[in-house]
Design a protein around this ligand. Structure first.
Ligand SMILES: Cc1cc2nc3c(=O)[nH]c(=O)nc-3n(C[C@H](O)[C@H](O)[C@H](O)COP(=O)(O)OP(=O)(O)OC[C@H]3O[C@@H](n4cnc5c(N)ncnc54)[C@H](O)[C@@H]3O)c2cc1C
Ligand code: SF4
Length: 407
């Protein structure tokens, strides 16, 4: 066992009013887990973690710990916080392989269709299948994972974790239909016709948001999600411009630099950087540069054209300078967030969405169609893995009530 996680566990004060736990969006019982870890009860700790958050091992890798568990740890006030994520990673990684995943002996005669195998869909599928419900997942892509598979780069999240998850899902008796899009040949009405008692939509927000400016369709311009889905298929050249400074932009920059690009500059409209401080630090370490106060006007084959931002007294953006600045890049990548493709699911089934394309749900995560629930990015807009898990857990509870006739 690596010494540093033992040292970290020994630093935990076992607070009664644990701020770390409160700072975690799924309220992981951190002191209890650390206590079990110190008693060498790793399987017990792993089971608690998995039941509370089936994606615990993934969250231990990709969550913004500096804002959540570690960021709220009491020891962080005077010293460095307890790095619980390393302890969680050790336990949950081991548990994922050693857990006893099997089809429950007592099955419940209710069938659930889950649309989308991202964090939200996987969470609902696991939580319901573990209790004996019959679950079938419909996934558009040829692999499970959603953005964890097709967005977050391999060097941050090894894809082999998702293969291990797929094996566990099958052991729980979950049927997975890959390359199966709901909203095309099959629509939600077909699922209900075929006897599914409840439907969950976890289709995420993977459609790149467009800048709406001239040049977006040029041959050397790409959207972040399209690039990240298959970086090796792109030949970006030596110099790359990235429009945007969020986490996706950092992933694009670091991926490009690992695939032969020599220089990457990311451009921000204002002074604020949307990405987490650790992602920015890593991108800079890898050699990426950030230019703030640059508003893109057009993209040419030579690279993006900007105007400099004008700021008011409180640094608010009040407009742009007149001068056009042509920058030079072999390729330009647009990384300004994503929106849902939910229209595909929605238009064929009469579900309502807001103007922003996000599905409308009530306090029980039920959409405007009875028996059809939704959570994750398709409801909240682009957020994080742990927020998708949190919504999906609540949706799964409501789905059980619905199938029991209590909702
Ligand atoms: C580049 C990038 C980096 C990120 N990095 C982090 C990070 O480090 N940490 C973090 O916590 N979060 C990160 N996020 C955000 C996080 O990945 C998402 O918030 C999370 O994946 C949302 O989960 P979801 O299940 O709602 O949707 P998704 O992950 O988008 O999954 C939706 C799934 O539904 C499938 N689908 C869509 N439509 C249909 C249909 N009609 N029929 C069948 N299947 C369908 C899709 O193929 C996909 O597999 C990142 C996002 C991006 C884009
Ligand atoms: S806040 Fe820090 S010290 Fe207190 S229980 Fe959580 S991890 Fe341990």
């Amino acid at each position: 066992m690596p010494l540093h996680i033992v040292t970290e566990a020994n630093r935990c004060l076992q607070c009664k009013n644990a701020k770390c736990q409160q700072g975690c969006p799924v309220h992981t019982p951190i002191p209890e887990i650390i206590k079990l870890f110190k008693e060498n009860k790793l399987m017990e700790a792993g089971e608690i973690l998995f039941r509370n958050n089936p994606l615990s091992v993934i969250c231990s890798e990709v969550c913004n710990h500096a804002k959540q568990c570690a960021g709220n740890c009491i020891r962080g006030i005077k010293d460095s916080p307890v790095h619980f994520s390393s302890i969680e990673n050790y336990i949950s990684d081991m548990y994922l392989d050693r857990m006893h995943a099997s089809v429950p002996l007592k099955r419940i005669d209710k069938h659930v269709a889950v649309i989308g195998a991202g964090p939200a869909g996987i969470t609902v599928a696991v939580l319901l299948a573990m209790e004996g419900y019959h679950v079938t997942i419909f996934e558009w892509h040829s692999k499970i994972g959603g953005v964890m598979q097709y967005g977050i780069p391999e060097f941050r999240l090894p894809k082999s974790i998702l293969d291990r998850y797929e094996a566990r899902l099958e052991e729980f008796g979950i049927q997975i239909r890959l390359n199966a899009t709901i909203g095309s040949t099959l629509i939600i009405d077909n699922l209900i016709r075929d006897g599914y008692d409840c439907v969950f939509i976890g289709t995420g927000a993977e459609r790149p948001r467009s800048l709406g400016i001239k040049g977006e369709s040029l041959g050397n311009v790409h959207f972040a999600m399209n690039y990240l889905a298959n970086p090796k298929a792109h030949h970006l050249g030596n110099r790359v411009a990235v429009i945007g400074v969020g986490n996706a932009a950092m992933d694009v920059a670091r991926t490009a630099l690992r695939n032969g690009t020599k220089e990457v500059t990311m451009y921000a409209m204002g002074k604020e950087i949307a990405a987490s401080s650790s992602e920015v630090a890593y991108a800079k370490l890898d050699g990426a540069e950030i230019e703030t106060g640059m508003q893109v006007q057009e993209i040419t084959e030579q690279g993006p054209v900007f105007k400099r931002t004008k700021y008011g007294e409180n640094d608010e953006i009040i407009g742009t300078e007149d001068e056009l600045i042509q920058t030079y890049a072999d390729s330009t990548i647009i990384a300004i967030s994503q929106i849902p493709r939910a229209k595909l699911v929605r238009t064929t089934s009469g579900l309502l969405a807001g103007d922003n394309g996000l599905l409308i749900v009530d306090e029980n995560y039920m959409t405007t169609k009875r028996g059809v629930f939704a959570a994750g990015d398709v409801v909240t807009g682009a957020k994080t893995v742990v927020h998708a898990v949190d919504g999906a857990k609540k949706a799964a509870e409501a789905m059980k009530k619905y199938m029991n006739g209590e909702l």
